[in-house]
Every structure is written in structure tokens, then in C-alpha cells.
Design a protein around this ligand. Structure first.
Ligand code: IMP
Ligand code: MG
Length: 171
């Protein structure tokens, strides 16, 4: 199947290096938990964590669901796998695959602050600003994309295409 490649693996690795350096500088005095949101963040999390140079860095994962087998958000967020690390007094840096409506992250930021995080920051591989339904501060963005349905590099359609080593649009 022919697919249009929007962003290559090489571009992503280059961006991970840039953002990793920025994050290392910005958070050098903090106790940081890098929190990957399963499953979409897996490849991006792997790239990014290797580029973050912080002594006290810990990693953890959470899984939420909101989409199901559809290309539109259902508007509700459910925690499928909770964080295991104690986050009180720590800076949590959420690593996400894509921000569309912002509903998932808006919910998660509130949830993590409630659990005592000192600060919650966001690093997303992709941002679809046109899809935004709630206001949210995004600290680190890999790439902005148009309002199309994206697959590859962790992003799925009906759990497929996550393994593609590039970002592509499913039209
Ligand atoms: P939001 O809550 O609308 O911001 O959606 C966030 C979640 O929806 C992401 O973590 C993805 O899992 C999924 N999602 C949003 N847009 C896309 C897309 O274009 N392709 C694949 N998944 C998407
Ligand atoms: Mg996701």
C-alpha cells in the first residue's frame, strides 16, 4: 500500500535530540518523572529518553482510553493503567503521541496535580492545533500537523500501523 510520508524517522530523531537538550536544560534542578502515555508514545518516548541528560530521571507509564475504533474522540477519558511511581513533589513530564482536542491531556494534568505533582509538563511528538476543544499549555512540541488523521510512529488506526517507522496521513 502506498502511503504519503509526512515526517521521516530521521527528522523525528533530530527533533528528539533538540527537545532532549532543551528539557535537560529546563529541568536540571528538578526531580523528574518521564510519563509515557501508552501505547502511542512508545517509539517517541524511546527516542526522547535517550536524549535527556538528567541524573534523577525516572520513567513510568499510564494508559488512558478515549478513542476506540474510530477516528473521532468520544470526549471521555478512562484510566486503564495508573502511574506506579510516587509523584508527590516531583515534576512530571508527560510524553504523548499527539494532541488533538486536548481533552485527554487536560484531564491527565488535573489528575496528576491532584495526586501531588509539583509541576506537570507536556512533551508531544505531534500537535494538531486546529482540533483543540479545551485550552492547554503544551511545553514541548515535536511537530505541528494539519487536521488529518495521522498514523505511524506509535499512532494507530484501530490498533494498526503503530509500527511504521515514519508519520503518515490516513486519508
Ligand atoms: P485528544 O484527547 O483529542 O487530544 O486526543 C488525544 C489522543 O487521541 C491521542 O493520544 C491519540 O491516541 C488519539 N488521536 C488523536 N488524533 C489522532 C490521529 O490523528 N491519529 C491517531 N490517534 C489520534
Ligand atoms: Mg494516545
Amino acid at each position: 500500500m502506498e502511503r504519503e510520508i509526512l515526517i521521516t524517522e530521521e527528522q523525528i530523531l533530530c527533533r528528539a535530540k533538540e527537545l532532549g537538550e532543551e528539557i535537560s536544560k529546563d529541568l536540571k534542578d528538578e526531580d523528574v518523572i518521564l510519563l509515557g502515555i501508552l501505547k502511542g508514545s512508545i517509539p517517541w518516548m524511546g527516542d526522547l529518553m535517550k536524549r535527556i541528560d538528567l541524573e534523577n530521571l525516572k520513567i513510568d507509564f499510564m494508559a488512558c482510553s478515549s478513542y476506540g475504533a474510530s477516528t473521532r474522540t468520544s470526549g471521555t477519558v478512562k484510566i486503564v493503567k495508573d502511574i506506579e511511581e510516587d509523584i508527590s513533589g516531583k515534576t512530571v513530564l508527560i510524553v504523548e503521541d499527539i494532541i488533538d482536542s486536548g481533552i485527554t491531556l487536560n484531564y491527565l494534568v488535573g489528575y496528576l496535580k491532584n495526586r501531588g505533582a509539583k509541576d506537570v509538563k507536556i512533551c508531544t511528538l505531534l500537535d494538531k492545533p486546529e482540533g483543540r476543544k479545551v485550552d492547554i499549555d503544551v511545553d514541548y512540541v515535536g511537530f505541528s500537523v494539519e487536521n488529518r488523521f495521522i498514523v505511524g510512529y506509535g499512532l494507530d488506526y484501530d490498533q494498526k500501523y503503530r509500527q511504521l517507522p515514519y508519520i503518515s496521513a490516513l486519508d
